[in-house]
Ligand binder design. Structure first.
Ligand code: ASP
Length: 446
């Protein structure tokens, strides 16, 4: 068993998550969380280890997106394909978000009428929650065309970076065949280096993830979930239904692929999404899995995945739907049909505008509450349970990005079905073999 764990990165990550949960859920759920040694470990060791690892992942995002997109565009003979890919992806991202919202609203209303969300002993006073400026949707769309590409890179403005790289690639193709080949060659080599760097950083994942999980569990014991058990139960049910039924159907009926194989290859993405709580930071893992384990061409994955991590947040939409009904219920506010439709529209926009980072969804919730006239203070009630729910909805957000990516890639002939259908362990064995070959060649040269 130890040998097996040593050889398999995702087993190491599972072990890290289980170990952290086993040790630190009991710690976080009791007074041990205030113990001096635990506090010291949490602030000095786990916070540092977690930040170093998150930074390592985030450092890869921009180069991965630039390398992948550029390789794809300058290597693509038919740019019309890119347009179909873009339209299909955005359409599906939007459709799944609306399904998530409608489902979450419906399920929460049903639960409220059959069982009821119960009474919360003390409602928060006004001013209990500081509403941060979200920048709004118009600002987000304006960012699609960056005023300054360096600023877009520095600020991680993903939509702006994608736009610039796509336009740069299209222009390079139009200059001359010689330019196209030169850019293609340089982009390919750059991409190879960044992919190798990704593999190197992933080797630290078990340690980084252990630190992240340890700190989350120390700070948020499971006891925080209990007072809001109705809301938590409805939301978790909706997240599971959406994850397996909606995305299973997208993979099966839009992509014509086997959902069981799809889900069997999601393990690493789920673990990273769950432990980092950030779709953006997980982009390197999502791209690697989609390309190497599901057979999506890099030109396709490097466009649809960063786009999804930026605009497709179905797990967040589920939370916003359930939270709206929950807060309306405990404040005794009846939402009319028109108000519910407003929730669907604004929460769709809010989830598009939510950044793929920890806790962003709960901040955007204020936009929805504001539109339908719910008390913003209601959000304060949800803050205690949000960190744990955030980890789960991030994993769902990422499943949506990946499901749409494989389905759209398949429809546009940009997916290698042989790779998709090959079992994970066979692909992993091949990856290990390729790694060993590289190591041998290096030794032979030395
Ligand atoms: N943490 C989520 C994500 O990165 C966003 C949210 O807070 O809902 O996908």
């Amino acid at each position: 068993m130890i040998q097996k764990i040593k050889a398999d990165l995702s087993l190491q990550i599972v072990t890290a998550v289980l170990l952290a949960a086993f040790i630190f859920i009991p710690v976080g759920s009791t007074s041990l969380a205030q113990n001096d040694i635990i506090l010291w470990l949490s602030t000095n060791i786990f916070a540092l280890g977690g930040s170093l690892f998150m930074n390592g992942l985030k450092m890869l995002i921009i180069p991965l997106v630039i390398g992948g997109l550029l390789t794809g565009i300058v290597g693509m003979s038919d740019l019309g394909k890119m347009k179909n890919l873009a339209l299909g992806t955005i359409g599906l991202y939007l459709m799944t978000t609306i399904i998530a919202l409608a489902g979450a609203l419906g399920l929460s209303l049903l639960f409220d009428s059959l069982i009821g969300f119960g009474q919360v002993m003390q409602l928060p006073e006004s001013g209990a929650v500081a509403v941060k400026e979200t920048g709004g949707l118009a600002a987000m769309f304006a960012n699609v065309i960056p005023e300054n590409i360096i600023v877009a890179l520095v600020e991680n403005n993903m939509l702006g970076v994608i736009f610039f790289v796509v336009m740069f690639g299209i222009a390079a193709v139009q200059v001359s065949e010689e330019t196209r080949l030169a850019v293609s060659d340089a982009a390919n080599k750059f991409n190879d280096i960044i992919l190798r760097l990704t593999v190197m950083i992933m080797k630290f994942a078990p340690f980084g993830i252990f630190c992240l999980m340890a700190n989350t569990f120390i700070k948020n014991g499971v006891q925080t979930l209990l007072p809001l058990i109705g809301y938590v139960a409805v939301l978790l049910t909706m997240l599971l239904l959406h994850c397996f039924i909606t995305y299973g159907a997208i993979v099966k009926f839009v992509g014509g692929l086997n959902p069981v194989i799809f889900f069997s290859k999601m393990r690493e993405i789920w673990l990273f999404g769950f432990s980092t709580g950030s779709s953006s930071a997980t982009i390197p893992v999502t791209m690697e899995t989609a390309e190497k384990r599901m057979g999506v061409k890099p030109s396709s994955a490097s466009f649809t995945i960063p786009l999804g991590a930026t605009i497709n947040m179905d797990g967040t939409a589920c939370m916003q739907g359930a939270a709206t009904i929950f807060v309306a219920s405990i404040y005794g506010i009846d939402l009319t049909m028109a108000a519910l439709l407003t929730v669907v529209v604004t929460a769709t926009m809010a989830s598009i505008g939510t950044a793929g980072v920890r806790g962003a969804g709960i901040v955007m919730l204020s936009m929805v509450f504001h539109q339908v006239g719910l008390p913003i203070e209601g959000i304060a009630l949800l803050l205690a349970v949000d960190p744990i729910l955030d980890m789960i909805r991030t994993a769902v957000n990422l499943t949506g990005d990946t499901a749409v990516t494989v389905a759209v890639a398949k429809r546009n002939n940009m997916l290698d079905e042989d790779v998709f259908n090959t079992p994970l362990d066979v692909l992993q064995a091949k990856e290990a073999e390729a790694d060993a070959k590289i190591a041998n060649t290096r030794q032979a040269h030395a």
